[in-house]
Design a protein around this ligand. Structure first.
Ligand code: SF4
Length: 91
């Protein structure tokens, strides 16, 4: 039986830096932890072993993109705040 408090929570975690908007699809995340190793000042695993965002997000753009690109299941979306262009996954 599922925990009702978990079911009520959003499955997409969002956060922003000056340059980027970041979205994590927790339904897709398999909890491998790679993003939190590459960008430990931005990503961490929550108590359900799903990736979430730290506040504030402190890694630079290059590191955040590397973390997103390292995700084997493309659970992390990165959007450029100025242009609105999706940087990852490439569309
Ligand atoms: S790299 Fe992807 S699958 Fe692994 S914890 Fe991060 S978001 Fe989840």
């Amino acid at each position: 039986m599922k925990d009702i408090s978990t079911m009520a929570k959003s499955k997409v975690i969002t956060g922003e830096t000056v340059e980027l908007k970041i979205e994590i699809d927790q339904e897709t995340c398999i909890g491998c932890g790679t993003c939190s190793v590459i960008a430990p000042d931005s990503f961490e695993l929550d108590k359900n072993f799903k990736s979430c965002l730290k506040s504030p997000i402190k890694d630079n753009k290059k590191t955040i993109l590397e973390a997103a690109q390292s995700c084997a299941v493309d659970a992390i979306k990165v959007i450029d705040n100025r242009s609105g262009k999706q940087l990852w996954p490439e569309s």
